[in-house]
Design a protein. Structure first.
Length: 139
């Protein structure tokens, strides 16, 4: 039996996943990180994107997060995000609409705060669409 690490993925509203995984991949701000059991402790900010869990026996589970924080301990990984959604539950039409709204908002903005907010919304929508595309290819 392969070694596992306990994973908790939590959004602001609810716990999305709690269980074992053989490997965890997450979109850290500086690039994708891979976490195996007994990983060195780590805390890192996450950017919008896909969290992938390798569950063993060739099974994988995918989640979209809007960004957040990952805390890694040798036997536990915790992903905290404002928004976390199982990839299979993502709505492509809603993500495309959010991307269009963010692009339109970006065009009309003049102050730095509004531009930063529009860019963050655009990055989240683009990450959702990328997760949907990946899921379609694998499914």
């Amino acid at each position: 039996m392969a070694m596992t690490i306990h994973v908790d993925i939590v959004s602001a509203e609810e716990e999305i996943y709690s269980g074992p995984a053989e490997m965890v991949f997450a979109p850290a701000v500086m690039g994708e990180i891979g976490i195996a059991p007994r990983h060195t402790p780590l805390i890192s900010p996450l950017k919008p994107g896909e969290v992938r869990l390798e569950l063993g026996n060739g099974k994988e589970e995918f989640f979209f997060i809007s960004g957040g924080i990952i805390e890694v301990q040798p036997h536990v990984v915790t992903v905290l995000s404002d928004t976390a959604i199982r990839a299979k539950d993502l709505d492509e039409a809603a993500a495309l609409e959010a991307k269009k709204r963010a692009e339109a908002a970006l065009e009309g903005q003049r102050n730095d705060l509004e531009i930063a907010k529009a860019k963050a919304e655009l990055a989240a929508a683009a990450a959702q669409l990328a997760a949907i595309k990946k899921l379609k290819i694998k499914g």
